[in-house]
Design a protein around this ligand. Structure first.
Ligand SMILES: [Zn+2]
Length: 422
């Protein structure tokens, strides 16, 4: 449903009761009560928050949920994930991404950053479900010249072909990692992204073995290696960034690089835990939060990701005052939006109408002494009742049309794919 005007009446937002009016895809009024205007949504028993920004995802990996749990990263990739991914079809990715979109909408995410195979299939899922996304194809050249040429041609072709859904989709480039993509290709991608003003996302400094690889093959740590290639820039969003020393923090900050912290994936794959959230922020690096794909996180619930980010940050430092609920909520909303350069991630007049209504008539919000604390520490994605993205209602009363059919199709696709697991 896409009415021209949506009027959210008497909803709680940041401690006060307000009316919110949406016209087209923007919030045009936030404040005192309005006479009925447009499609009316009652805010009774609800709190309005901005939709979450999931900064690191591989949406169609919902297909591989529960496949290859409890393994180290490289073994997991080589034995489970890559052999199956070699047989993925456009259809598999479409259904997997569609399930991911449904799962994200149901847990309050309105924008996500994605890198995966068969990107046009993910774009179709985004267009149909009404979400906002930054999409890229996952690129590997395995240090092979002819593979590199194929990758470059694919990046340019997909860029030209992608229908940006009236601005809801942004095109980006996702070189996989420094151990699967050559320095020359990373430099080409950096030049391409600069010329086209698009984002680059890259897994970086994720594991100790990646650091060892970098030291062995490039003679320096991952961030220093990228610096030597000249590819650190404000267009670069790195995923993970667990192994970054003080000097590298300065390099990242000086070049305007942003970071996605993905606590569930890091803990489950035991990649590391000492993510330097606070040091990065103090150095001036923008840090947001992501889930990573469903085979390493195993869900796409940003409320869970916020809780894990906060608890992990506190526990490894033995400091309960670090990374408050408010800090991680900002990282999952406004900071994520700022990293993507999108006027969303906050409820304000003029902002994009990406709004989530949380149902607070449930145990996790009782008593509701501190809404943000309850949201981050007590609730999970099931508290989300209504989701609006780009001024369009994507879910109301937790109901999304076609959900059962999508789950049925994903189960079928997954059954076929599991035959290719080693
Ligand atoms: Zn990832």
């Amino acid at each position: 449903m896409s009415p021209e005007r949506i009027h959210i009446h008497a909803v709680r937002h940041e401690g006060r009761t307000v009316d919110i009016l949406i016209e087209g895809n923007r919030i045009v009024h936030l404040g005192g009560p309005l006479p009925e205007a447009g499609l009316l949504i009652s805010g009774k028993g609800k709190v309005a928050i901005p939709g979450f920004i999931n900064l690191h995802n591989h949406a169609a990996m919902t297909l591989l949920r529960g496949c290859g749990d409890d393994m180290p990263l490289m073994q997991w990739l080589e034995k489970r994930i890559w052999p199956i991914e070699a047989h993925l079809t456009h259809d598999d990715v479409y259904w997997g991404a569609k399930l991911a979109c449904i799962e994200m909408i149901k847990s309050g995410t309105t924008t996500f950053v994605d890198g995966y195979h068969h990107m046009p299939a993910t774009a179709n899922a985004v267009r149909e479900t009404g979400m906002r996304a930054v999409l890229s194809c996952a690129c590997f050249d395995h240090f092979d010249h002819s593979e590199a040429e194929t990758v470059k041609a694919r990046i340019a072709r997909l860029h030209a072909e992608t229908d940006l859904a009236g601005g809801r989709i942004a095109y980006a480039v996702a070189p996989h990692a420094i151990y699967t993509v050559s320095g020359a290709t990373l430099q080409w991608i950096n030049d391409y992204a600069a010329a086209n003003n698009i984002l680059i996302q890259l897994h970086l400094a994720e594991t100790e073995s990646e650091v060892d690889f970098s030291l062995k093959h490039f003679g320096c740590s991952p961030v220093r290696y990228l610096h030597s290639l000249g590819v650190l820039s404000p267009r670069l969003l790195i995923a993970h960034g667990l192994y970054v020393d003080d000097e590298e923090l300065v390099l990242l900050a000086d070049h305007g690089v942003s970071v996605s912290h993905n606590p569930a994936s890091n803990m489950k794959l035991a990649s590391g835990y000492a993510f330097r959230f606070v040091e990065m922020q103090r150095a001036g690096i923008r840090v947001g939060i992501g889930t990573d794909g469903c085979s390493s996180s195993n869900n796409l619930d940003m409320i869970e990701a916020m809780k894990l980010a906060s608890l992990l940050g506190k526990s490894w430092r033995k400091d309960p005052e670090i990374l408050s609920a408010t800090d991680v909520f900002a990282a999952a909303t406004s900071q994520g939006a700022d990293i993507l350069g999108l006027p969303t991630g906050r409820i304000a007049e003029g902002a994009l109408a990406d709004i989530v209504l949380v149902d607070v008539n449930q145990p996790a919000f009782t008593p509701n002494l501190n809404f943000t604390s309850n949201l981050v520490y007590a609730a999970n994605g099931s508290c989300v009742d209504t989701v609006i993205c780009n001024g369009r209602i994507l879910m109301q009363n937790r109901t999304i049309e076609g959900e059962a059919e999508v789950m049925r199709r994903v189960s079928q696709c997954a059954e076929r794919l599991m035959a290719f697991s080693k």
